[in-house]
Design a protein around this ligand. Structure first.
Ligand SMILES: Nc1ncnc2c1ncn2[C@@H]1O[C@H](COP(=O)(O)OP(=O)(O)O)[C@@H](O)[C@H]1O
Ligand SMILES: [Mg+2]
Length: 310
């Protein structure tokens, strides 16, 4: 059995399709990701999983239960971190957790000890008595995640857990999410950060315009579509002739190339160094020339012709 099973899952808003007949499975104890740009349908999908938004058609089973038949039971066993923080700004940090615990009818003594433990876990213990609006963005996000754990959920859904945070705050959140996973909590997250997806997810789907384009382990997806390395080429004049020359001279070393805007992306069959060498012998001036490891961004680029931030 899986934590979430979606079959031909579809969501329409007034006849406009936001999620188009998607299939996916989230296994217990894994971290599963939805990677995609704005408007891909990530939030719409997770809103259906946590029974906030009704399914238009298709099948959706969460923790073994049909979302149409058992929304209350499902909600009681999930933790949810929505895309926008919805903490109560008038309450203090600890009170936010206690009020939330009350929705789940957790006895006050249990709620209090669990809340204090969670504040400790998320480095917020010394802020327990502070008003929420005094917290930094990273602290608010950590508090929202702590709140999602108050009912000891089997599955935690995080919609863009670190969007808008600075790198340091983001790394702290990642570290805590990894520890949660080690404790056996199933995590389902959405993100448009390729680094977040590759750092945290055991498996992920790449989503765009309401559809799932690919599914797999981050490293496998990169290896399958791109390879080990990428050579990025910017030509001073992106003329057809110059581009053609680059492709002609390096083609035998490449598994594929892509032209996106002002950039040419070369995907070497083997060592990128050999491609660089071949380029240096050409009578062309490059505005930039970069050899770097292949990433999920390259996979997205190849699948859609666009970047993830677009
Ligand atoms: N409440 C809504 N009413 C109408 N359209 C919506 C609503 N929520 C989302 N959409 C549309 O559905 C599509 C997917 O949006 P969303 O699920 O928010 O994507 P993501 O979370 O990947 O950015 C977008 O085209 C968006 O405009
Ligand atoms: Mg969203």
């Amino acid at each position: 059995m899986d934590a979430v099973v979606a079959e031909k899952l579809t969501k329409e808003y007034n006849g406009k399709v936001a999620v188009r007949g998607i299939y996916f499975r989230v296994h217990y104890r894994e971290c599963f990701g939805f990677l995609g740009p704005n408007g891909a349908g990530k939030t719409t999908t997770v809103n259906m999983i946590y029974c906030l938004s009704p399914v238009t058609s298709g099948k959706l089973t969460v923790l073994g239960m049909d979302v149409r038949k058992h929304p209350r039971e499902i909600k009681s066993r999930l933790g949810v971190v929505p895309q926008e923080n919805n903490l109560d700004p008038d309450l203090k940090v600890l009170q936010n957790l206690l009020v939330y615990a009350n929705y789940f009818r957790i006895p006050p003594a249990t709620a209090r000890s669990r809340a204090l433990e969670l504040l400790e876990f998320f480095d917020l213990a010394d802020r327990a008595g502070e008003k929420v609006d005094r917290l930094s963005g990273g602290m608010k996000r950590r508090l929202t995640i702590a709140r999602a754990l108050i009912n000891n959920p089997e599955l935690v859904i995080l919609d863009e857990p670190t969007t808008g945070l600075d790198p340091q705050a983001r790394h702290l959140v990642w570290q805590r999410l990894r520890r949660l996973k080690e404790r056996g909590v199933t995590l389902l997250l959405t993100t448009h950060y390729l680094e977040e997806a590759s750092q945290l997810c055991d498996r992920l789907v790449i989503m765009d315009r309401g559809e799932i384009l690919e599914e797999g382990k981050p490293g496998e997806l990169v290896a399958r579509h791109i390879g080990q390395e990428v050579v990025e080429v910017g030509l001073e004049q992106m003329e057809e002739a110059a581009t053609a020359l680059v492709v002609e001279r390096t083609g035998h070393l490449l598994r594929e190339h892509l032209e996106v805007g002002d950039n040419l992306f070369l995907f070497p069959r083997e060592k990128g160094q050999a491609v660089l060498q071949a380029l240096q012998d050409l009578p062309l001036r490059f505005s930039h020339l970069l050899l770097r490891p292949a990433t999920l961004e390259d996979v997205f680029l190849k699948l859609t012709g666009r970047g993830l931030q677009a």
